[in-house]
Design a protein around this ligand. Sequence first.
Ligand SMILES: [Zn+2]
Length: 579
Amino acid sequence: MKKLLILSLLIVVSCNQKKETDFTTLFEKSEGTETPTYKEVTSYYKDLSDSYSEISMLEFGKTDSGNPLHLIVFNTDGKTNKNEIKTSKKNRILINNGIHPGESDGIDASMLLLRNIVQSDSLKKVYKNSLICVIPVYNIGGALNRNSHTRANQNGPKEYGFRGNARNFDLNRDFIKQDTKNAQSFSEIFHAVNPDVFIDNHVSNGADYQYAITHLFTQHNKFGGDLGTYLENEIRPYLENSLNKKGIAITPYVNVWGTTPDKGWSQFMDSPRYSTGYTTLFNTFGMMVETHMLKPYKIRVEQTYELLFSMLDFTEENSTKIKDLRAKAVEKIVENKTYPIQFAVNRDNPTKFNFKGYEGSYIDSKVTNGKRLFYDKTKPFEKEVNYFNNFITTKEVTIPKAYLIPQGWCKVIDRLQNNNIEFTRLKNDTIITVEVQHIKSFKTVSNPFEGHYLHYNTEIESSLEEIQFLEGDYLIPTNQNGIRYLLETLEAEAVDSFFNWNFFDTILQRKEGFSPYVFEDKAEDFLSKNPLIKAEFEAKIKTDTTFAKSSVMQLNWIYMQTPHYEPAHMRLPVFKIQK
Ligand SMILES: [Zn+2]
């Protein structure tokens, strides 16, 4: 009896101790001027999960910093493991913070959000059908590289992390190429959560205006179909109205550089290298939040916090519709038979809205001998502007029934596996008639970009050929959840294709060649046996003056028509089965 009494006293004491943990954040203690270090954020969530059964703290893989990537999960059903996340029928929201750790607004807003929900019986009831998943700090290496200077134009907090990760990658360009462990671990989280709604928190650079917060939804025409329409016609207006009711003015992200917003601007195109471009590949409603760098930190965090609640509310209120749209998305894409891979702004069809800006003008610089842009805060205005947020398709591809990739291309296969792509392996060596893509032309950036010499303006030529495949090569059907991921990475002409990100650069170089003095005799023999090619050769000499002047070019041209020329040169090792 005495023992029991002591035991229960201990429990009471320990329970009391837990309840007494102070969850006031550094942001609050500093009156909105400071953000915690990575270690402080981690220990805050550890304490929160120790104190509240509705909060779970999970580890998903590593980051380049050596530290694990954490996921915090709010679930009123209690402690939640990875498998329960995957099978839950609840609304799924994923919030990403600190991809650019200097832009720490979301880190603080999320700490307040989860604490306030878990400490309020009424809020717990409101979000009882939601699985709220938060990545506390995505770029841990950047967060550990703390300083007070690298956000030159930003109004607080006092200290913050750096944009580059532990290996100086910008993680918001790494979602397709996955050079970092961060991106690989992110895809593990993303596919476990399979979010209906994804929010990535940032702070903007660029023009000055009255708003402290802007929304950057994934581009709705690219998102496409019923999903894109719903995003543009339902979610965007809901969010804008919801924040307006809370007294917060919000504008579409002001994608203006080197000029002033009153002239209008086009929507930012978030190709799949970016977070929301990536989440779109799996039919998730994605948005970036961009608060305005010149507004005080306190206001930016408070408005991010309110935006998160508005998006949670929308998801709660419309979960059936959201889940229904997502469930039908793949079927609709397959039905379309073609898939758009390139877009351009439609300059003829802007959306008009009243923008709250400041008068801007160019005045003499006091520093350089040039002019400088000056926003006059004593001259606020509200003017109608053109917002070019409608895009048209400029290139589309026929959706193949399947892709075939030889097993040697393991870096590509690794990324498909990281993204839950389903495939089978060929059981025998087989010759299959497939559509082959030959690289016709491409351009390459002249300076390194995110660890790559990125290609662009890529064009291919297709042909039907019989190709020898080997046992174990990968057969990847397109009719699966990851159809968009496959199309956007394997179609060489898509902006963020694996080809453009240098995964296939070895095909751009010939591995064998010829010595002209030896090949001369073979060339003569080849032309005499192939009169059609000979006629083509002679015609080319007559019409192409450069060609006519170069014996090297002429011999090389003949070589490329012979069986000596290696088939792998310029041939993408991604083959298509169309029917
Ligand atoms: Zn950012």
